[in-house]
Design a protein around this ligand. Structure first.
Ligand SMILES: [Zn+2]
Length: 288
């Protein structure tokens, strides 16, 4: 299994956070072979202790067979200009072993010119982007989009070379057509009677992927269990398994959900293999 979303954190909201050793231990217990470690703190909106790209690369140097390092930048870096050349930095990180960028947490509009510029440079470097989507300005971190995700669509259209991997509540609540302004920032429950914007965007844009980690991704596939399994089969080429592990006592039910689903025949072997491993290998170019 490849987990596309983990962190090393020294302190997490007063809870015992996840050191490098604890992360490796949890991954061993969960029998997850390889995992993406995402830097934290590139944008000032994240309330955690800084753990930057260079720190992730150090973890990678000690566990090159297990860790898949990502780099992170803030779209405002480089003189707060939409002309900033990020390519030379991204290429340096690529030479150091990085396979993508994220998670992007700047509290800017998704289609802000600063962001579009960074996305285009990531496309050129061959770096997929994991982004945290948020429903408003202030109060938390994450790129901002409106209901029904028009700004994400603009970026998908304007940056066809860039692979976007969606994460967090404002992204996954759009799995249902009945999402409301009041519910889109949380974990809406209930049957999915009508498909949402996500299915529409997955069908229309080959550069969109979904990161199933955290409560948001898990809620999207379990709020209506029959529909959830159907969704996995239908978008088997575009979904990625992940946990978003960030503290020691965190439960990650998605691991058993996939293993049990396979055992019980609710998830086909081909879909299981793609979502838990093959898609990540392909888009992160792990063979390179
Ligand atoms: Zn995360």
């Amino acid at each position: 299994m490849i987990d596309v979303h983990t962190h090393v954190l020294t302190v997490w909201g007063g809870k015992e956070a996840l050191t490098e050793e604890e992360l490796i231990k949890r991954m061993d217990e969960l029998k997850i072979d390889r995992f993406v470690v995402l830097p934290i703190g590139a944008s000032p909106e994240t309330p955690y202790f800084y753990f930057g790209t260079e720190d992730v690369l150090e973890v990678y140097s000690r566990h090159p067979d297990r860790v898949i390092p990502f780099c992170n930048l803030d779209p405002r870096q480089g003189y707060n200009s939409p002309e900033t050349d990020f390519s030379w930095i991204l290429n340096k990180y690529k030479e150091s072993g990085c396979k993508g960028l994220g998670e992007l947490t700047a509290n800017l509009y998704f289609d802000d010119h600063l962001c579009l510029n960074l996305y285009k440079h990531c496309g050129k470097a061959g770096f997929p982007i994991i982004f945290h989507l948020y429903n408003r300005f202030g109060g938390s971190y994450g790129l901002v989009d409106d209901i029904r995700l028009p700004r994400l669509e603009k970026a998908l259209k304007e940056c066809p070379e860039t692979i976007f991997i969606g994460h967090a509540m404002a992204f996954w609540s759009e799995v249902s057509g009945d999402v409301q302004e009041e519910t889109r920032g949380g974990y809406p429950a209930g049957k999915i009677e009508k498909e949402g914007r996500l299915q529409e965007l997955f069908n229309k844009y080959p550069n969109l992927y979904g990161d199933l980690s955290a409560g948001s991704g898990f809620n999207a596939i379990t709020r209506d269990s029959d529909y959830g399994y159907k969704f996995l089969e239908e978008f088997q080429d575009r979904l990625l398994f992940g946990t978003d592990l960030c503290h020691v006592v965190q439960e990650v039910p998605i691991v058993d959900y996939f293993r049990q689903g396979l055992k019980e025949g609710k998830i086909s072997k081909i879909t299981y293999d793609k979502i838990t491993e093959e898609n990540a290998k392909r888009i992160l170019r792990l063979g390179d």
